[in-house]
Design a protein. Structure first.
Length: 327
């Protein structure tokens, strides 16, 4: 430094809102935000998710409306989760051409087209009757390699329905390679893969399981999702996914894993996504509802922290609201 107090006064650049805005190191562009959306087969009208105030399970009609509003607000993308009317052990509805996720993707492709980016979550937990992310063995373990075949089929179905990006979240070994190969062989080399590379076995997923109706019916997902204490393993998972052809890598959850986001961002040359998950959303909304914090400031502070940590893309349930505010 060339000067010290009283010549050096950093507060000069914090004195007004205009100065703070002009010299801001980190900002949250609306186009960096992705809005997760849930669509449920058989609904007559949208249903509120009790543990996530303001979040809905959509009908196909209300999904189109919500998607259009979000795109007009300026969000960068939409992440779609489907909830079928019937589930089975292999998650057959996930790759059914007439399944809810494929129908909804076609709806949104027609409604918003290339005005946004359509992400499709590629997992089986919403579609299986046991709630796990893959096919089970006879002793109720998740069969990694048999699950890869299912993921490949789902990727092809989602690409055919209009997904721009498929997003495998099951944390199976080899999932990105299996999906990339399936897409290329099926004639969809242009469809990108956003890998949930560092997805932790987190307590912050609870409300999501209400929204997606995909809670495990026995056990948990610690055998395939990462342990919260692991850091180097996240980098290994990212490296493997990139070797297999991932175009984007993701860290999930976001706030409890800002250090992982930073380490990944410092390591890779592809976009880094972070998912501000349902528990992060729910706890802030609950605290704000009790008057314990300033809701709007807290939302922006958390999003800024995730960007500052190195995320290029943020999945957040506040995406449309924040995009409107920033726009």
């Amino acid at each position: 430094m060339s000067a010290r107090f009283p010549v050096a006064r950093p507060r000069r650049l914090r004195r007004t809102a205009g100065l703070r805005r002009l010299t801001a190191e980190t900002s949250v562009p609306p186009g960096s935000l992705v809005l997760p959306l849930f669509v449920k087969e058989g609904l007559a009208e949208p249903q509120p998710v009790a543990s996530m105030p303001g979040v809905l399970q959509h009908t196909r009609d209300s999904l189109r409306k919500a998607a259009s509003e979000a795109v007009r607000a300026g969000v960068g993308g939409l992440m779609l989760f489907g909830i079928p009317a019937a589930k089975d052990a292999r998650g057959s509805a996930a790759d059914d051409p007439a399944g809810i996720i494929q129908l909804a993707l076609r709806d949104l492709a027609a409604e918003v087209g290339d005005d946004t980016v359509l992400f499709a979550d590629l997992c089986l937990c919403e579609y299986t009757d046991h709630g796990h992310c893959g096919v089970l063995t006879d002793d109720n373990d998740v069969d990694n390699d048999a699950t890869l075949a299912r993921y490949a089929a789902v990727a092809r179905a989602q690409a055919e329905a209009g997904a721009h990006v498929v997003a495998p979240s099951g944390m199976m070994d080899g999932q990105v390679g299996a999906i990339r190969s399936a897409l290329d062989q099926a004639g969809y080399p242009q469809v990108a893969v956003c890998a949930y590379s560092a997805k932790y076995a987190s307590a912050f997923y609870g409300p999501f399981r209400d929204a997606a109706e995909g809670a495990p019916q026995f056990g948990d997902r610690s055998g395939y999702q990462q342990d919260p204490g692991a850091a180097r393993e996240a980098l290994r998972e990212v490296e493997l996914d990139l070797t297999e052809g991932a175009d984007i890598v993701m860290v999930k959850p976001a706030l409890a894993y800002l250090d992982i986001i930073r380490r990944v961002a410092d390591t890779v040359t592809v976009p880094v996504a972070a998912y501000q998950v349902s528990g992060e959303y729910a706890m802030l909304e609950a605290a704000a509802a009790n008057g314990w914090l300033d809701r709007d400031r807290a939302i922006m502070e958390t999003l800024t922290a995730i960007r500052r940590a190195g995320a290029d893309i943020i999945l957040t349930y506040w995406a449309a609201e924040v995009a409107r505010r920033l726009g």
